[in-house]
Design a protein. Structure first.
Length: 205
């Protein structure tokens, strides 16, 4: 599992000269759960994207363990080499792929046999209780099932770091509670480092 260190990270978007992040420093210990709470527009998604390697900090440094992965506007380690699973704010399932295919998607460039892919997808589906809907398309899934498919897709590559961007915001109150408990349980079982951002204090458990 990985330890994340942010050193004085700032992000300025040229368009509209928005300062989305201003000198953010934090440490997420290996294997821990870390929550960032902030209102809409606070820069949460921007920070997640920088940690994921989808964007670079304008200044400051980001380290994974002792390795610099991004520094002062420069991407040092690209996203595909960061061993990250991410659930986006919008879940972003591929509508024309089944749940199985959505979950298997991150494995497609890994030169695994079909049997190995099936084994990995079924294993994570079992943990998240979606084995019975693997053949369904996203439109044929409930909101809670879609959320778990997105989570399964993030977990299938055995990430060192799981990034969750307001993953429960589209769920009803009851489902939100069970989804929070599920994430906590899966994180504990897999021992993965978890970074979660939300505007809802109840998500930061
Ligand atoms: N690509 C971009 N170009 C210009 N400005 C951007 C870009 N992405 C984000 N911003 C701006 O940066 C600020 C932070 O946005 P961000 O999406 O990180 O907020 P957030 O905390 O995730 O908000 P929410 O809770 O609504 O998801 C906002 O003012 C936003 O308009
Ligand atoms: Mg956001």
């Amino acid at each position: 599992m990985v330890r994340i260190v942010a050193r004085s990270i700032s992000k300025v978007f040229k368009r509209g000269s928005v300062v989305a992040l201003d000198n953010v420093s934090l440490v997420v210990e290996s294997g821990s759960r870390f929550g960032v709470l902030g209102p809409s527009g606070a820069g949460k998604t921007t920070f997640m994207r920088i940690v994921a390697g989808l964007d670079v900090p304008s200044s400051g440094e980001l380290l994974f363990d002792d390795r610099v992965v991004a520094s002062n506007g420069r991407l040092v380690v690209p996203p595909e080499d960061r061993r990250i699973g991410m659930v986006f704010q919008t879940w972003a399932l591929y509508p024309n792929l089944t749940a199985f295919e959505n979950i298997a998607f991150p494995l497609t460039n890994m030169r695994l046999s079909r049997g190995e892919i099936r084994r990995r997808v079924e294993e994570v589906a079992e943990i998240l209780d979606i084995s019975h809907v693997l053949g369904h398309y996203p439109r044929e899934l409930s909101g809670g099932q879609q959320q778990r498919v997105a989570l399964a897709r993030a977990l299938v590559k055995n990430p060192s770091l799981l990034l969750l961007d307001e993953p429960f915001s589209n769920l009803d109150a009851r489902m939100r509670d069970s989804a929070r408990a599920l994430v906590k349980d899966v994180q504990g079982r897999l021992g993965v480092t978890l970074l979660i951002v939300s505007h809802d204090p109840a998500d930061i458990f």
